[in-house]
Design a protein around this ligand. Structure first.
Ligand SMILES: Nc1ncnc2c1ncn2[C@@H]1O[C@H](COP(=O)(O)OS(=O)(=O)O)[C@@H](OP(=O)(O)O)[C@H]1O
Length: 884
């Protein structure tokens, strides 16, 4: 109708226009009409371009596996444990030429992805300690490059070899082709081994009969040429050597034209069974770019470490469909797509024990597609009991944009939708639409999850960061176990294989040994994210998971299974208990995090500098003096710990950064105003440097050092003043000299009294995280005797304006015996009675004990300070020269 009316109007205007009685307004209306028609035609063209017509036959998996149907390993996967592992630490020592070479990075990436602890050492430098008491610290030694091992300084090489022999520790050595043109064959000095360089290889297969195989399932051949043409192959004539893999030569750019290719079997990975010098070695004739070598590398680590570095064979899998019912019209699922999904699920259930697609729904979008897509929605509900479900927000809203009340309303609405349609929702699992609110944490999301759905498990790609994917980890916050979540390469816009970014080959490569395959390999728990559109259209999710699961089962002995999310969460943190504690990072250090962090929150509400302690060194005086500066703003007082927030050291850390930020005002002028806090217990707490650096990597730090003996005594007096029963019951000397057999409370108080004063240890720890230019050290004795000079230096360190002359603000108060704030000509404001206490002088025997106790540490401290070009405090100079 509307169209007909439009044509009639157009006719009239056209006739008028051609009858020459045309007004300007008529021409104007005609122009608008023409533009409208053009716009409609163009939009239609564009829409049809962005939604290619559905194909009758979506792509089918193409993985070919010779061992297809044989759902068990050819050989029982080896458990490499032996008695030798008892004496070994669970760590890898890696020798590299530089941290930045491609090969070094690949080795580190695999070790990190597999969560193996490692240490990187540059060859040519001194060796790290190899043993700790009677234990070997390293369970495998890796050389990025054979040359580095062969040319190692004789003494170091001797030490390493001896270590490997004594502790039965194996080596993994990568052999790279010689770069100089012309060298194509070389003998390895000292070994009956010849290297042939710059080979191109084809038809790669593994030797099924070595003892190496645990994860790797030998039996298949990779047909055709491999990617690189700079492989090294091994030739040998000794029974100690055993091939790990076989290949044939392929044509190579380095060969002269006309050269006939040798058709013999070549060996590109080799096991030395220790028959020559009692050292077991695995040689790789290339780096780790070749996907299969990553499997072989993992199995070599397991084998050579006597099972110390073995990954479990169990892989728990969950495929989330993140947005059921949410999808643009024309891209949603039809009934046929739902049928296909159910069929694939049934197929996968035969390969993956307990497999179910896990559907996250937003009820608002139910039946908002074409007629056929709406039937698809009905079909999903018809099969609702075949799937697992989890609830989203009603309208798929981004959590970080909403208040608690709005989030609860939205979730409740979706909850009711589930009830109305009988959707089973008992898994206590949720993910947040658009990744929002899980990390960086939006506390309101966690609270509403708890209140509405009683959520206990979630997953995110964003912790600690999206990239690199192999560094993603989990954490627990407010009782919700947040697990790392993996990407399978399918996004809301990847609907058709032909338009897959990079083409079909990219997806297939990811499945066949690339990123997706490796994600299965490294992670014992895999939660994948997919979208509604990946199950409609070309059904790329079905294609991808059918293919990758087949590929994984073809090449590995991994056992794939699925368990309910809650069980999976518990399992995850049983495997990785060290991940339970979150490490809060600065949301503003990472663009993606800023985008999913509430616009009401700002990193400007975080301190620019911290006074870190230690306790009883004058931190309150410094805090008070700093707060007198017009552009320095201290935190608000805490109800529990007065002026100290104590966020990074204790249970407060688990309250999250929203809690921390509430202690600071939003600065009126971000550039000129400096927020800060002081918590004297930060200095000697082991976790604080890492945590502080995580959240405040650019912050400046101020610490105060006084003679550690005086500090210990002041602390003891402080404990007595606070009526600590142990401090009241024992003399200072008794506490200092408490032996290991003393009552626990006495030992505790002894440690708390003495440990903070081992300054060198704590400072080194801080300097592992922060560069020394960010740390300022105050001489605590100067702070007492000449505070205005200290404040002068601190202002310079902070680069703060305006400059304040503290000589005018502070005055010595003879009654207090300390400098105090000037209030008027005759009135000062001093710190309270608990600061600058009066107590008897320390007994000589305690002084002697402490002098002796701290002597070595103080020497080390002065060396550390010199190394970092800090001024040596007066008290330390005196102490070391014996004057104190
Ligand atoms: N201006 C001024 N006024 C008062 N006290 C001063 C001042 N400057 C430094 N000091 C010394 O500070 C010691 C208390 O240290 P802290 O404030 O770091 O103690 S606490 O850790 O916060 O409890 C306190 O220790 P005690 O003398 O043992 O009480 C003082 O020696």
């Amino acid at each position: 109708m509307a169209f007909r009316r439009f044509v009639e109007r157009f006719k009239t205007y056209y006739l008028r226009a051609t009858s020459r009685h045309v007004s300007l307004s008529h021409i104007f209306i005609l122009a608008i009409c023409l533009s409208l028609v053009t716009f409609v035609i163009l939009s239609y063209r564009l829409m049809s371009l962005s939604h290619p017509t559905r194909k009758a036959n979506p792509p089918q998996p193409v993985i070919k596996c010779r061992l297809d149907g044989l759902n068990k390993p050819l050989f029982t996967p080896k458990d490499h444990h032996t008695r030798a592992s008892v004496k070994l630490g669970k760590r890898v020592l890696v020798f590299v030429e530089s941290h930045y070479t491609k090969h070094a990075k690949q080795i580190m990436a695999v070790l990190e992805a597999a969560r193996f602890e490692y240490k990187i050492e540059n060859t040519g430098k001194s060796l790290p300690a190899l043993t700790h008491f009677d234990k070997g610290r390293w369970s495998v030694i890796v050389f990025e490059n054979l040359e580095a091992y062969i040319n190692m300084d004789n003494w170091n090489r001797g030490m390493i070899d001896k270590y490997c022999q004594e502790y039965k520790v194996g080596m993994i050595i990568f052999v790279h082709s010689a770069e100089e043109y012309g060298i194509d064959r070389e003998k390895v000095p000292g070994f009956p081994l010849i290297l042939r360089y710059n080979m191109a290889l084809r038809d790669y297969r593994l030797n099924a009969f070595t003892e190496l195989w645990r994860i790797t399932r030998p039996g298949e051949t990779i047909p055709g040429p491999l990617e690189d043409d700079n492989w090294t192959v091994f030739e040998y004539n000794h029974s100690s050597y055993e091939p790990i893999s076989y290949a044939r030569a392929a044509p190579n750019q380095f060969l002269d034209p006309g050269y006939t290719i040798d058709n013999s079997t070549l060996v590109a990975a080799l096991l030395d069974r220790g028959g020559l010098d009692r050292i077991w070695r695995v040689y790789f004739g290339n780096g780790l770019s070749f996907w299969l070598h990553r499997l072989v590398f993992l199995d070599s680590l397991s084998f050579l470490s006597h099972g110390k570095l073995s990954l479990s064979l169990d892989r728990y899998i969950q495929v989330d469909v993140d947005d059921i019912f949410v999808g643009a019209v024309g891209t949603r699922m039809t009934p046929a797509d739902v049928e296909a999904m159910v069929k694939t699920q049934e197929k996968l259930q035969r390969q993956v024990e307990g497999f179910h697609f896990n559907l996250g729904f937003s009820g608002y979008f139910f039946k908002r597609g074409t007629a056929l897509e709406n039937e698809g929605d009905d079909k999903i509900l018809e099969y609702k009991n075949k799937f697992w479900w989890f609830g989203h927000m009603w309208r798929h809203e981004q959590a970080h944009k909403f208040t608690l009340e709005r989030l609860e309303q939205s979730m409740l609405r979706n909850y009711q939708f589930a009830k109305e349609h009988g959707i089973p929702i008992h898994h206590q699992y949720a993910v947040a639409p658009h990744h929002s609110g899980v990390y960086p944490v939006h506390e309101e999301l966690y609270a509403s999850w708890k209140n509405v759905w009683d959520i206990r498990v979630s997953s995110t790609e964003e912790y600690p960061k999206l990239h690199p994917a192999w560094r993603r980890r989990g954490f627990i916050h407010r009782g919700v176990m947040v697990l790392p979540r993996q990407t399978c390469g399918l996004f809301t816009h990847t609907l058709y294989i032909d338009s897959y970014p990079g083409g079909r080959e990219t997806l297939d490569n990811s499945i066949q040994g690339g990123d997706l395959f490796l994600t299965f390999l490294y992670n014992p728990i895999n939660i994948y994210m997919t979208h509604l559109g990946n199950f409609g259209n070309d059904r790329l999710a079905l294609y991808t998971f059918e293919s990758v699961i087949k590929f994984v089962q073809c090449w590995t002995n991994l056992k794939l299974k699925q368990i309910p999310p809650l069980e999976m969460g518990i399992k995850y943190f049983e495997m990785f208990p060290e991940e339970k504690d979150p490490l809060w990072q600065n949301p503003c250090s990472y663009k993606r995090h800023i985008e999913i962090w509430s616009t009401n929150k700002t990193c400007e509400r975080l301190p620019k500098f911290l006074v870190i302690g230690p306790q009883k060194t004058g931190t309150t005086a410094l805090y008070t003096f700093l707060a007198m500066h017009p552009t320095i703003i201290s935190n608000y007082d805490s109800s529990e710990t007065f002026e100290e927030v104590q966020f990074f050291n204790g249970h407060n850390y688990y309250k999250g950064i929203d809690w921390y930020m509430k202690f600071f005002p939003v600065p009126e002028n971000v550039t000129s105003e400096f927020l800060f806090e002081k918590s004297a217990t930060y200095f000697d707490n082991e976790l604080v440097p890492m945590r502080a650096h995580g959240l405040l990597p650019k912050a400046k730090l101020i610490c105060i050092l006084v003679n550690p003996a005086k500090r210990a005594y002041s602390w003891y007096q402080h404990m007595r003043a606070h009526q600590d029963p142990t401090a009241l019951n024992y003399t200072f000397y008794e506490i200092l000299t408490a032996s290991e057999t003393a009552p626990r409370k006495l030992k505790d108080i002894r440690n708390r009294c003495l440990n903070p004063g081992v300054y060198v240890q704590h400072l080194s720890h801080w300097l592992e995280y922060y560069p020394s230019r960010q740390l300022f050290i105050v001489d605590g004795e100067r702070l007492k005797s000449n505070p205005s000079s200290v404040m002068h230096n601190i202002q310079r360190f902070l680069h703060i304006e305006p400059y304040v002359d503290y000589q005018k603000l502070l005055r010595y108060d003879p009654k207090k015996g300390f400098y105090c704030q000037v209030l008027s000509n005759d009135r000062n404001k001093c710190l309270g009675r608990s600061k600058g206490r009066k107590y008897p002088a320390m007994e000589q025997k305690s002084q002697d004990f402490l002098k002796q106790y701290y002597h070595k540490n103080n020497i080390a401290l002065s060396k550390l300070l010199e190394r970092y070009k800090y001024r040596i405090p007066d008290w330390l100079q005196k102490d070391l020269s014996g004057q104190d």
